[in-house]
Design a protein around this ligand. Structure first.
Ligand code: KG4
Ligand code: ZN
Length: 351
């Protein structure tokens, strides 16, 4: 079976082909037109997706060495995301599926990140074989969920203000690092000293009484943002320039330590033996190293998708569609699915 996945929810235009042996192609084009604006401009994103979608899908088919007539299923992100951007990929995919007379599967972008440990690109790809705790960290979302093999999951924590990716991007913007600043902070941090300054860590065991911490897996990053802004205001430009790597390391340490502490605490409290990290921020080398170290110490199995599948990509959309089909979780076929902007899973009590 060949599944075409299409992803256009933010500023990556991506198409992938998933075959029986795993991912056959995964083409991702990142938009560079937003840098001067310090964030993604929705209208520009939609126009770029529109300009590129046909050639990206063509390249994905060519790379997989198949024609569109050999496709069995077409899947696309239906949300959450920038509504205009989502609509470009969604309408294109529905139109193509309708024209080819093939089924269309709408995919939830955040769920595709959550289930990205199941992306297989070689026969030897490892994927979770038991329940696991997923830390899903991107530019728009920060979620902790307990994930089950039947594709159900419960969100047990989420950010109450900024997402982890936003914390990287917004503090980076204050430091003049461009957009998106996450990868730049990552690079700089590897040459800096994380102990240079201690930025605040919100809603952690040290910031609350252990009684109120129990079961609270929510995150908050807006205090960190304010603290970085205040700190920058107290130091002159030359000092900040000289210590950019140290500041990046200190900011990264503040974000990463909270993410690791909560994920491990969630896995232990919910008695699952495995953890996964997904979403754009899972590309962060400090997070990868710290999570690997913490999981080793607590005897937890760790799944982090390969770098190509950390940031937005269509291989995860095709994989999610394949999982939905195999678990019988696809509704009646329709070619007029409504796009949606926000992620709103049912939330279960943690106690
Ligand atoms: O999943 P993603 O590609 O798009 C969304 O769905 O939001 O995530 C993008 C986010 C951005 O905030 C970007 O700065 C962050 O992921 N990011 C990183 C790194 N690579 C991407 N953050 C920290 N370190 C990185 N290496
Ligand atoms: Zn994403």
């Amino acid at each position: 079976m060949n599944i075409l996945g299409i992803e256009t929810s933010c500023d990556e235009t991506s198409a992938a082909i998933l075959g029986d042996g795993g991912v056959r192609s995964n083409v991702v084009s990142s938009q560079h037109c937003h840098g001067d604006f310090g964030g993604v401009v929705p209208e520009l994103a939609s126009r770029e997706h529109e300009r590129l979608i046909v050639s990206i899908v063509d390249t994905a088919l060519k790379d997989a060495n198949i024609t569109k007539n050999e496709l069995d299923v077409i899947a696309a992100t239906a949300g959450p995301g920038l509504i205009g951007a989502v609509m470009v990929g969604l309408c294109f995919a529905e139109g193509l599926a309708w024209a080819l007379g093939k089924p269309f599967v709408p995919v939830n972008h955040v769920e595709a990140h959550i289930f990205s440990p199941f992306i297989s690109d070689t026969a030897s790809s490892r994927s979770p074989e038991r329940d696991f705790v997923s830390l899903t960290v991107s530019g728009g979302h920060t979620l902790l969920s307990v994930v089950h093999q039947d594709l159900s999951y419960e969100v047990i924590g989420r950010t109450i203000d900024d997402a982890a990716g936003e914390a990287f991007d917004k503090t980076g913007k204050m430091l003049g690092l461009g957009y998106p600043a996450g990868p730049v902070i990552d690079r700089l941090a590897s040459q800096g000293d994380p102990a240079f300054h201690r930025f605040p860590r919100a809603l952690t065991s040290s910031s609350q009484t252990s009684r109120s911490y129990r079961g609270n897996f929510d995150f908050s990053f807006s205090g960190l943002k304010t603290s970085v802004l205040t700190w920058i205001g107290q130091h002159d430009h030359a000092f900040i320039e000289r210590h950019l790597a140290d500041i990046a390391a200190a900011v990264q340490d503040a974000i990463v330590s909270v993410l690791v502490e909560k994920t491990v605490a969630a896995a232990l409290q919910h008695r699952v033996g495995a953890v996964s990290v997904a979403g754009g921020v899972s590309a962060n080398s400090g997070l990868r190293a710290a999570m690997a170290d913490a999981c080793r110490r607590h005897g937890l199995e760790l799944f982090i998708p390969a770098m190509a599948y950390s940031t937005d990509n269509a291989a995860m959309i095709a994989t999610m569609a394949s999982l939905m089909l195999s678990r019988g979780r696809v509704g009646e076929n329709a070619y007029n699915v409504a796009p949606f902007a926000r992620f709103s899973p049912a939330r279960r009590s943690q106690h």
